[in-house]
Write a protein that binds this ligand. Structure first.
Ligand SMILES: [Zn+2]
Length: 331
């Protein structure tokens, strides 16, 4: 099938309704925000046009004698600011950190919580060790370099698979494994009594979800599990605090990837070209749009039965380069 007839065929078979104008996306602040008694979200400022890479969120649960952190952020300046803000506001030290998955913007900061137990899925610990600390972390971000020499590898000290729970005062804090989804070791933290879920990177709000370590079809199933849970408030791994409404949008984007990716895979279109060719409609305003190219690489591997937990860096970089070349405005 040539490109023109391919496009006509897909337009007929895979159109997803009338064109919806791009979403207006909000800005959100860096803040420690109380969601319920003893439960806080920590978001990092971002918004339209801001590269959201490494601007992840965290959470805090207040116990009788210590604080529980949900993720430790990445660059030292972020991890230290989060830790100091929470300790000052809540007047207690951190005794436990839960890593929702291994990506550096969630685990690098572990070393700035000395003495705390670090809890993660078994796969998350292995992947944290395997990825290590790069020689020149965040070298393209001069504004994040303070404290970089203090960065040390600090993988989980305690691991599990399946589920685990802790008590913090009257709160039942449930850790639920949801991978393979965004990674093979995703964990969400659920507070049934408060109807709050810290979703980690299962949830991206107003930021393009990257599946560079993920499996998109099972990620959609993980979201369906969350959508069926008794939850009112969701803290995403990236983006402002929201609800199931925004999580359904994460799902809709991933579902679009599968529906639009499949025919392009079968037509042997390259992943980078497929990403540039897909009309993402209302998701076009989300930041980091080039991640659609990563997502095509992962989907193609899944369709071809060769998907592995590790990122195929060479293929991902090539796909993004091709995507950027094709998307660049012609001058
Ligand atoms: Zn991640």
């Amino acid at each position: 099938m040539n490109r023109r007839s391919f496009l006509h065929a897909t337009a007929a078979a895979f159109a997803f309704g009338p064109r919806v104008s791009a979403q207006t996306i909000p800005s959100w602040p860096t803040e420690l925000r109380e969601l319920a008694p003893g439960v806080f979200a920590y978001t990092q400022a971002s918004g339209p046009g801001v590269d959201n890479a490494s601007l992840s969120n965290a959470g805090v649960i207040v116990g009788a004698d210590h604080l529980l952190a949900i993720d430790a952020l990445g660059p030292p300046v972020h991890a230290k600011a989060f830790r100091a803000t929470a300790m000052k506001a809540l007047g207690k030290p951190f005794g436990r950190v839960i890593n929702t998955h291994h990506h550096r913007d969630h685990t690098n900061g572990n070393c700035f919580f000395p003495g705390a137990e670090i809890v993660a899925h078994e796969y998350c610990r292995e992947a944290t060790i395997a990825q290590g600390i790069p020689a020149r972390p965040y070298e393209d971000r001069p504004q994040w370099q303070d404290g970089m020499s203090e960065l040390r590898l600090a993988p989980a000290t305690e691991t599990f698979t399946g589920t685990r729970s802790y008590r913090y005062g009257d709160l039942d804090v449930q850790l639920i494994s949801l991978g393979p989804a965004h990674t093979w070791g995703d964990v969400a933290v659920y507070l049934p009594k408060r109807r709050i879920l810290f979703a980690g990177d299962i949830a991206f709000y107003y930021v393009t979800p990257p599946a560079h370590n993920g499996q998109i079809t099972t990620w959609i199933k993980a979201i369906d599990r969350v959508l069926a849970m008794d939850v009112d408030v969701i803290v995403p791994g990236h983006g402002p605090v929201g609800t199931k409404k925004e999580l359904a949008e994460t799902r809709a984007y991933l579902d679009l990837m599968v529906r639009e990716g499949r025919p392009r895979y079968e037509a042997k279109m390259s992943p980078g070209r497929a990403a540039a060719d897909i009309d993402v409609g209302r998701f076009a305003a989300w930041t980091n749009p080039e991640r659609t190219a990563w997502n095509m690489v992962r989907l193609y591997a899944e369709f071809g039965g060769r998907l592995r937990p590790e990122t195929d860096v060479t293929a991902q970089n090539a796909a993004v380069a091709e995507y950027n070349r094709l998307k660049r405005p012609r001058g």
